[in-house]
Ligand binder design. Structure first.
Ligand code: SF4
Length: 446
């Protein structure tokens, strides 16, 4: 049976998106897990576990104990396809057969392959490549390095956008406060809970991002209450993405049980930041992200690629600014002009620039996870996601927002998957992952 059929015939709840591992030992607060013969580590804060238990982990946290019989069935099911997928990934990550890249490109990329330091000017050279052979080789090397450090592991999160109200006015964003043409929505607590419930119990998601604009209706206490309710009935790694809430707000989220924060800084250039965010200061944004990391959250952060006024040098500085924040995962997506914003007359960047950003990011941080963003897919509906994966990315997010609201979370126009059911998105994701030989194996610490 082809491995794709093997994958799709797995019960959905077991498919999305983790494979259980067996606890073989303990190391302080961490458990050591056997995972198809490999050793991985995961923090255990919430569950009572013992040697021999099977667990699901996400982002390096134990989130669930799986009954042995169920775990054995899933592992048995995965065994054949897992190794087949790994072979596909290995084959696709080979460097042989790359077109002939220019000498300077090869010299710089040789350094990356040998783990030697690449300096700022050299990274800038890579980010500015225009020749197809040069770019192709950059992507190949980035994918090779991704494979070397992460194997075929792919992390799949779900995202629920629960309110499109926002008190901020970021110039690039379609749900900014000043966009009076947009119909606003706010999901009720019951709707949010029901959406999470379905994502976990029907589709098997193990990691979910709760996202909204900066909606004053949901203060830090209200969101913390929601986090507690969600985690009381679901085994889940929960990320919060509601804009700036200050250190006190972040601590409340952490105490309530959330373990991840998604907050981008968009640009690390102070002047550009203040032009794009008339009310806000870059220093506050960076302090918020740093505080999230210090509290112990897994941090997802990144920036916009191709925003008006940005140079390649700025993008590179953004990559290094993001790296300094030690994120669990990077998210760098293209600027897509929204017709009802002050930046409507600008053009989006070339897809290649976004892919080069992902590739350079992969060279700059071999360990971090990198999302192939929905915005990239929107920019190039046919190949965006997979090209992102082939340029060094290894994570993706599926949109779980109820369909009646999804189109209203209109941060940029024509967002892909807006009208697709969750089931359809999952099917497409499985198909793409299978083609690329990637498996949902987010279990260990890095
Ligand atoms: S980017 Fe975020 S904070 Fe800014 S307007 Fe959009 S939703 Fe609000």
């Amino acid at each position: 049976m082809p491995s794709y059929l093997l994958l799709t015939s797995l019960p959905l709840a077991n498919m999305c998106y983790a494979i259980p591992g067996k606890i073989t030992d303990f190391d302080g607060k961490k458990v050591i897990v056997d995972y198809f013969g490999e050793k991985r580590y995961a923090y255990n804060e919430f569950k009572e576990v013992k040697k021999g238990d099977y667990i699901y982990a996400q982002g390096g946290f134990v989130i669930n104990v799986v009954p042995e019989k169920e775990a054995m069935e899933i592992l048995e099911f995965w065994k054949e396809s897992f190794f087949k997928l790994r072979e596909v990934d290995l084959r696709l990550a080979r460097l042989e057969g790359s077109g002939v890249a220019g000498e300077k490109t090869r010299i710089i990329l040789d350094k990356a392959l040998e783990g030697r330091k690449i300096d700022f000017e050299e990274y800038l050279y890579l980010l500015s490549l225009e020749d197809e052979n040069d770019m192709g080789y950059l992507f190949k090397v980035a994918n090779f390095i991704r494979q070397k450090h992460h194997k075929n592991a792919c992390c799949v999160h779900g995202i629920i956008e629960f309110s499109n109200f926002c008190s901020s006015d970021c110039l690039y964003c379609g749900i900014r406060k000043s966009n009076r043409t947009l119909e606003r929505y706010r999901m009720s607590e019951e709707e949010i809970l029901q959406t999470v419930r379905e994502a976990v119990s029907v589709y098997g998601f193990k990691s979910i991002v709760l996202q909204s604009g900066e909606d004053p209706h949901f203060d830090a206490d209200g969101i913390s209450f929601l986090i507690r309710r969600i985690l009381k009935e679901n085994n889940l790694l929960l990320f919060i993405s509601v804009g700036e809430v200050g250190e006190r707000g972040l601590k409340k989220f952490y105490e309530a049980g959330a373990r991840g924060v998604l907050i981008r800084f968009e640009t690390s250039d102070k002047e550009l930041y203040s032009k794009l965010h008339p009310r806000d200061a870059l220093s506050y944004r960076m302090a918020e992200i740093r505080a999230a990391g210090e509290i112990g959250f897994l941090v997802l952060t990144g920036g916009l690629v191709g925003v008006p006024g940005q140079k390649n040098e700025d993008i590179l500085k953004d990559i290094f600014a993001a790296k300094k924040l030690c994120p669990e995962m990077y998210t760098f997506g293209p600027f897509l002009p929204h017709p009802d914003t002050p930046l409507s007359q600008n053009q989006p960047p070339a897809v290649e620039l976004v892919l080069k950003t992902i590739a350079v990011l992969r060279l700059a941080d071999v360990n971090g996870k990198i999302v192939s963003t929905t915005a990239l897919e929107t920019l190039d509906a046919e190949k965006g996601r997979n090209d992102g994966f082939m340029a060094g990315a290894n994570s993706l997010m599926l949109n779980l927002t109820p369909e009646k609201y999804r189109g209203l979370y209109n941060i940029y126009p024509g967002r892909i998957h807006e009208k697709e059911t969750v089931k359809h998105q999952i099917d497409k994701a499985i198909e793409d992952l299978q083609k690329l030989g990637r498996a949902p194996t987010d279990i260990g610490l890095r």
